[in-house]
Design a protein around this ligand. Sequence first.
Ligand code: ADP
Ligand code: TRP
Length: 333
Amino acid sequence: MENKIVVSGIRSTGNLHLGNYFGAMLNYIKMQDQFPCYFFVADYHSLTTHPDPAQLKPNVFKVLAENIACGLDPNKVTLYVQSDIPEIPELYLMLNMMAYKGELEKTASFKDKARTQPDNVNAGLLTYPTLMSADILIHKAHYVPVGKDQEQHLEMARTFAQRFNHRYGDMFPEPHPFNFGNELIKIPSLDGNGKMSKSENENATLYLCDSDDAIRKKVMKAKTDQGPTEMNSEMPIDIQHVFALLKLVSAEDTYQKFVANYAACTIRYGDLKKQLGEDMVQFIAPIREKTKEIQQDTNYLHRIMKEGKEKARASASRTLDEARKKMGINFYA
Ligand code: ADP
Ligand code: TRP
């Protein structure tokens, strides 16, 4: 086991989808055998949009169950809920003193949200990157498995770590994004428009809880074009997304067959989508069924949460004590 620490979280804002699986979870599962890992449900992060309080608990339980159903082993990793760790908001407060309004306002995700929800541009939204940095730095993480959309947030976490170290003395390692491939990935949505995401374009996102029927239907509706007119022509961006998905869930020879058909101008998108739909069902159905089973076992989930909380707080309080001392907040010593 390497002594590099891994931290990552997923917001409890809705059903997990293929993007979460390939962008984040697949890496979690591989990393759990190689590094000490802290994975958590980012429920505080979901509060920026004022979710219905009654939905919070089922949402948190669902994400936990989905994490485990995907192969995360609570015996190998520390799996916990963010709001169970009071040290995180305390570190968040400290880091906020080192985060400047100008740089927070320039964050792409903030600008995006400020544009799409102009009536709710709250301070939590503005300081989302400092909360995320606190999540990461509280365990002195080195690696953070995330999708490409989180790259800028990670850069900010490094900046805040450096600022703290510079001002108060070295204590935080620099956290870096991590993916087992060479690049961070982005799973495209089925309509070829942007990425799959929990809350946007639901018909173009494949969720890990989708029924077989829903999966087939969504895949059949995936956007394609008229087909290539010249042999060996380059694949337009609009078509690349179905091939990208095929590569993820289908057998390599199936994928190669359709690539060859495309190059030879004999591709039939109907056949491709049918195959993709079936392979997607094979991939998603076992995860969906396992999630249902785990979700019903509240006692088990409570036990996992409590164990995770204890382990995560032990690490978090060590870091926080050190940070308090470095900042001079040790009045009883
Ligand atoms: P969402 O964006 O769907 O709300 P989260 O923000 O909770 O999901 O993201 C959880 C993790 O999943 C993050 O590491 C994020 O980078 C990754 N992720 C989300 N969508 C995608 C996608 N379409 N492709 C790759 N990774 C993704
Ligand atoms: N901001 C991440 C997202 O939207 C979720 C997240 C919160 C996270 N805290 C984190 C990811 C810490 C990695 C590490 O996807």
